[in-house]
Design a protein around this ligand. Structure first.
Ligand SMILES: Cc1cc2nc3c(=O)[nH]c(=O)nc-3n(C[C@H](O)[C@H](O)[C@H](O)COP(=O)(O)OP(=O)(O)OC[C@H]3O[C@@H](n4cnc5c(N)ncnc54)[C@H](O)[C@@H]3O)c2cc1C
Length: 223
């Protein structure tokens, strides 16, 4: 058993994403036939004003981004609840984990609590031993996996259009009630997407930074 950290990377080629602002302006201006206003520097203002601030968000559906998440099965289950997208996930039916051992993700509240961590580690190691024993007894991986814990690492590619990513960031990065792992992953991914498409994600990135400053101030006041 190996404990790893969750992570997320953008898989869509940067050069592909670099053309999105030009595409969004071209597609959006089709509605009012204002393509004559397109020049080398007109895209940012158009996308910001008409698509984001005035909420003509359906235009954002023309461009998609794929991201690879390394997370546990409880986080991936939350991700796949978002229906307007496509997924490719590591199959526990196909992969036999007995050769290299399972990788797992440990929640911080458990990692930072020695008693809880000892109990958690014991349980996870036991689950792995049981999985290996089931395989040795002839069970196929698709059935032996029934004893693997929720904290087992998975890898999943998710593809959503830009409108749906904005919706997911609202629900999973900006929402304080979202679970810690998906919130951390989505906050990281929002930062990465903001780096590539600042105009499309500036309002959300600003909200998250504001929340961070606000919560740090709250912690200082409490301390
Ligand atoms: C903090 C938190 C706690 C949660 N707790 C639970 C829980 O305890 N149990 C549970 O089962 N789920 C839970 N969920 C999942 C949640 O109920 C949604 O299923 C999930 O977040 C997908 O988001 P969405 O409904 O916005 O739809 P998405 O699939 O992301 O779709 C995007 C948008 O498209 C539209 N849309 C999509 N499909 C339809 C449709 N069929 N009809 C009409 N409009 C549609 C809606 O406007 C929707 O918001 C939780 C989510 C969060 C963020």
């Amino acid at each position: 058993m190996e404990i790893i950290s969750p992570s997320v990377v953008i898989e869509t080629p940067r050069e592909h994403i670099a053309d999105y602002m030009r595409q969004l302006e071209k597609f959006g201006r089709t509605c009012h036939k204002s393509e004559d206003k397109i020049d080398d520097s007109s895209a940012d203002a158009f996308v910001d004003k008409y698509l984001i601030k005035l909420g003509h968000e359906s235009v954002l559906e023309h461009c998609s981004i794929s991201a690879r998440f390394i997370c546990d099965r409880s986080a991936s289950h939350q991700l796949v609840r978002h229906r307007i997208g496509s997924f490719s996930q590591e199959s526990q039916r196909a992969v036999d984990y007995s050769a290299n051992g399972i990788q797992v993700i440990c929640p911080p509240t458990i990692r930072e609590n020695p008693d809880a961590f000892a109990t958690w580690s014991h349980h996870v190691k036991q689950a792995e031993l049981t999985y290996n024993a089931l395989l040795a007894a002839g069970a196929p991986p698709e059935d032996a996996r029934s004893v693997l814990p929720n904290c087992t690492k998975t890898e999943i590619i998710a593809t959503f259009n830009l409108r749906q990513w904005r919706h997911i960031f609202e629900a999973r990065a900006l929402n304080p009630r979202a679970q810690w792992q998906i919130r951390e992953l989505m906050a990281d991914l929002l930062k990465q997407m903001h780096g590539l498409l600042p105009v499309v994600f500036a309002d959300l990135q600003q909200k998250i930074l504001y929340k961070l400053v606000f919560s740090n101030q709250g912690q200082q006041e409490e301390g």
